[in-house]
Design a protein around this ligand. Structure first.
Ligand code: IMP
Length: 428
């Protein structure tokens, strides 16, 4: 029997709680794969009283005996990777095996520098609000075919040639465009060689590990980072990240064919958040946004920035269901909505005086979208101890059903608290 595959994708602008959903499913998978993004991600998993935040490691790393894979679509910041591995080891939790694809690209010091300098040079209104982790410049080099791949770190001659060429060019940009100090090529080379020594035992044919596992009946979980609306193709361009968080990204970023994907699970918060710049139709800049931020602890896991907050946007959820081919939704942080008299949900936009029910493909249109809300009754009860759908107050059940109906996808997992056990499973 062949193994099954699940892809976990973010439905909104990231921070939906994908880490906890991956953690909930990792127990029945043998392999957990990160397929895109880099250390811009911040996946939080709470086990008992312990909190883990992963920027690069797949969230399945907490399970003994699992294989964790960093696919070719990921960009690796070796310093963050080593820090995460060291931290887990210190806490006695480094129990899984890690394989890094030869083809994953490496975030170099000049990528981080250029990311921050470019962001600083952008004018108000065109700023993206990047995480400063070098993501955009690293993917630019990848697609410009001058990037440094993980395999290059263990090939000193190739590494030297590629690095010297890159640093010569980057120094021109650093000094002439940004008036910054040039980088010392030899120092970067020495650092990269050291990274290579540590990475070498972890390098492998990631796609083969995945296919071998599937052949022997082992299930594989693909863990998306960021979210649909940050996808470089399908998100709110240019206020997006530089990778493909959508489910299609799992195919290119890990080396599996679309026909080999059995199920796509979309993760959405019960409300909506965004960190960084760009359109966000349901954003509430007043007291509601503040309340959601405080109740939901909405501060970035990577940068600590306060997240922008608002009611859920089912126009966007419906779009994500279509773009990703979502088979089931995981609804997280439902407990944060307890105590609201009424809960609003955006079910259409008004753009230039016209009502629109589908997500606009044009970013300029989206920037003009005013949310049209429908109101549902709220509930007062603390729902954190609910473990079955029937345990939820009827208003909470109705809210879940409303999402299912409008987004045309069943809600198969509900998060009712921060912990691993605070979960309602519905046929997942
Ligand atoms: P970058 O990925 O650092 O280039 O940032 C581009 C945009 O994506 C910015 O608006 C970031 O705030 C946002 N972003 C990147 N990674 C995440 C994430 O993991 N969660 C939420 N937003 C993110």
């Amino acid at each position: 029997m062949k193994g099954r595959t699940d892809v976990i994708v973010g439905v909104q602008w990231g921070d939906e709680g994908k880490g906890r959903v991956v953690d909930a499913l990792a127990g029945r998978s043998g392999v957990v794969v990160r397929y895109q993004g880099g250390a811009n991600a911040g996946h939080t998993v709470v086990v008992g009283n312990e909190k883990f935040v992963f920027h690069l490691l797949p969230s399945g790393i907490l399970y003994p005996g699992k294989l964790c894979v960093i696919g070719n679509g990921v960009v690796i910041d070796p310093e963050t990777l080593f820090k995460e591995l060291d931290d887990l080891k210190k806490r006695g939790k480094l129990l899984a095996r890690l394989v890094i694809s030869h083809g994953a690209h490496v975030v170099m010091p000049y990528h981080k520098l250029l990311d921050r300098l470019a962001e600083g040079a952008r004018s108000e209104g065109s700023r993206i609000g990047t995480t400063g982790r070098g993501i955009g410049p690293c993917y630019s080099d990848k697609f410009g075919r001058v990037g440094i791949r993980a395999e290059d770190l263990v090939n000193p001659a190739i590494l030297k040639e590629k690095l010297m060429m890159n640093i010569e060019q980057k120094n021109e940009i650093l000094t002439k465009i940004y008036g910054a100090e040039p980088l010392e090529a030899d120092t970067v080379y020495e650092t990269a060689l050291e990274w290579g020594k540590r990475i070498e035992p972890m390098l492998g044919d990631a796609f083969l590990e995945i296919h071998n596992a599937l052949e022997t009946g082992i299930n594989v979980l693909f863990e998306g980072a960021q979210g649909t609306l940050l996808d470089v193709d399908h998100g709110t361009y240019p206020f997006v990240t530089s990778s493909s968080p959508c489910s299609g990204g799992a195919c290119t970023g890990a080396g599996v064919g679309p026909g080999r994907i059995d199920r796509v699970i979309g993760v959405t918060k019960a409300y909506c958040t965004r960190v960084g710049e760009g359109p966000f139709p349901t954003e509430d800049k007043g007291s509601l946004g503040e309340l959601l931020r405080t109740k939901g602890g909405e501060f970035g896991a990577t940068t600590g920035r306060p997240r922008r907050c608002g009611w859920n946007d089912l126009v966007a959820v419906d779009y994500a269901v279509k773009v990703n081919g979502i088979d089931g939704l995981a609804l997280t942080k439902l407990d944060v909505l307890s105590g609201f008299e009424k809960i609003s949900v955006c079910t259409a936009y008004e753009i230039d005086g016209k009502v629109r029910k589908s997500f606009p493909g044009s970013c300029a249109e989206l920037a003009k979208a005013k949310p049209l809300f429908e109101e549902l009754p709220g509930w007062k009860e603390d729902i954190r101890s609910c473990r079955r759908f029937e345990d939820l107050p009827s208003a909470a059940q109705d809210y879940v059903r409303f999402i299912e109906e409008r987004a045309s996808a069943p809600v198969i997992l509900i998060g009712v608290g921060q912990g691993r056990e605070d979960t309602i499973l519905r046929g997942i």
